[in-house]
Design a binder for this molecule. Structure first.
Ligand code: GDP
Ligand code: IMO
Ligand code: MG
Length: 458
């Protein structure tokens, strides 16, 4: 029995919290894509843990695996392990030898490409972690893998091929002298310095017994009866193939990637549960269209987009939901639930159930709306069009639900599903009907105890 967790919207749906809740029944939690662009919050005993790279299950004491589909920044990896150790935890983290390594030059090139794209209004608002450039090098067969860090000769050969190219890209294509980046990372384009730092990471990985042949490791654990959770990062609408290209991340959060990104067959994923995580409204960090957007955020909402006349509702949701960037404190864009997006996500990953989070955030509004469908060129659409430009032309058609009161959500969570206010239950039933999958869990607050589990899965 396996459980695959997939974000069904634009990321930050509360996947980490749900992984944590179901993690009590799991032995191994595996990430299959993405890197430290993710940001998961797990609240345990009033303590908040923020993780970017390490699987959320590590807080629970599960074995955490970074699968071959991930891109791994060793600096982040060891920082997070140290932080958890300082807080008294002892995370058991394994890293696929086939996973690709984010090098300092990837981060720098990510930043420069975003700056250039901003001039054409094309920037995706990336997290600047070097995710895109690292996946580019993977596909271009010039990447460095975790396995290469363990072999100094191979690492040197890989760097000697890649670094001069990166330097030329920076200087000759972007016209930026390498010295301009000395304040960011003086050694980012220096083969010897990179070799020294990254071969040391290799030694440390080996010393701590972290590198694994991911597929073989997981198959063995399964055969021994272990229960596996596959933890997706990001969300379906920013999936490289199924999302709002080009405003997407460079990997596939959808469930199919859990097979490719771990080395287990699709049957393993398909035989288990695929749980779509839904936030009860939309929030978005980054640019691009958003047909159900409320209010607008300068610098992110495109010209002519958003609903300035609904900025009071936007403000309410933003405040109640704490929708401000964790690093920059910038307001996030917010919108009503986009149901065509959910139908699209449910199909692309084959959701067997959904978890709906943040029901508490909408409490206190007189009315709660959902974008039920789109109108495009006089036709009604029930799912997302294939191009982002067409999506931008979609007018959402709304359905209105009566609001629900703000209540003692802790008490509701303690009592169970039937204690959820009736109007909120009507909202949940509607979502389940539209995505064609039952409600497995409901989040009524950020804590572990504020998630109502309807279906025990592991
Ligand atoms: P992830 O990236 O999908 O793992 O989600 P994040 O952790 O980045 O963002 C979700 C945020 O919402 C975190 O601060 C969570 O603690 C919080 N959260 C998760 N579920 C709920 C919920 O049901 N209600 C409320 N109010 N907050 C929640
Ligand atoms: P979690 O796992 C929300 C967004 C970025 C940007 C686009 C590309 O916490 O849900 P990237 O750095 O990946 O090349 O940026 O994707 N993005 C996320 N948005 N949650 C995330 O992860 C995200 N990871 C990337 O804002 O628009
Ligand atoms: Mg997040």
């Amino acid at each position: 029995m396996t459980l695959t967790i997939v974000g069904s919207q634009l990321g930050d749906e509360g996947k980490g919290g749900i992984v944590d809740v179901y993690g009590s029944g799991a032995d191994v939690v595996v990430r299959y894509q993405g890197g430290d662009n993710a940001g998961h919050t797990v609240v345990q005993d009033g303590q908040e843990y923020k993780l970017s790279l390490i699987p959320s299950g590590a807080v629970r004491g599960n074995v955490g695996v970074l699968g071959n589909g991930c891109v791994v920044n060793p600096r982040t990896l060891f920082d997070e392990i140290s932080t958890l150790r300082e807080r008294g935890l002892d995370p058991d983290v394994r890293v696929a030898e086939r996973a690709h390594v984010i090098l300092p030059y990837h981060r720098i090139l990510d930043g420069i490409e975003e700056e250039r794209k901003a001039e054409e209004d094309l920037s995706a608002g990336t997290t600047g972690r070097g995710i895109g450039p690292t996946y580019e090098d993977r596909a271009g067969r010039r990447g460095v893998r975790i396995g290469d860090l363990l072999d100094p000769g191979t690492l040197r050969a890989r760097l000697e091929y890649a670094v001069p190219q990166k330097r030329a890209l920076l200087e000759d294509v972007y016209g930026v002298p390498v010295e301009d980046h000395d304040d960011v990372d003086a050694d980012a384009f220096d083969v010897d310095a990179l070799h020294a730092e990254f071969s040391e990471y290799g030694e440390r990985l080996a010393r701590e017994g972290m590198p694994v042949n991911c597929g073989a490791f997981l198959a063995e654990r399964r055969a021994a009866g272990d229960r596996l959770v596959f933890e997706g990062a990001q969300g379906t609408a920013i999936d490289l193939d199924h999302g709002i290209y080009p405003y997407v991340t460079s990997s596939n959060p959808t469930a199919g990637a859990a097979a490719v990104g771990t080395g287990l067959g699709p049957g393993v994923i398909g035989d288990g549960e695929v749980l779509g995580i839904v936030k009860a409204y939309l929030s978005r960090v980054g640019t691009g269209p958003l047909p159900t957007e409320l209010g607008r955020v300068d610098g992110q909402t495109p010209a002519g987009g958003g609903r300035p006349d609904a900025s009071d509702v936007a403000e309410y949701v933003r405040e109640e939901g704490g929708e401000y960037g964790t690093v920059t404190g910038r307001p996030r864009r917010v919108g009503w639930l986009d149901v065509p997006m959910l139908r699209h996500a449910a199909r692309a990953s084959g959701f067997t159930g959904v978890a709906v989070n943040h029901i508490d955030v909408l409490a206190g509004l007189d009315q709660v709306k959902v974008g039920h469908a789109y109108e495009l060129d006089g036709e009604e659409l029930e799912t997302m069009p294939t191009t982002t430009e067409r999506w931008a032309d979609c007018e959402a058609t709304f359905r209105t639900f009566d609001g629900w009161p703000d209540v003692d959500w802790g008490a509701v969570a303690a009592s169970g599903y039937d204690a959820i206010p009736e109007n909120a239950r009507a909202y949940l039933a509607y979502i389940a009907e539209e995505v064609g999958a039952p409600i497995y869990a409901v989040g009524v607050g950020p804590g572990r105890e504020q998630t109502i589990v309807v279906e025990e899965l592991l």
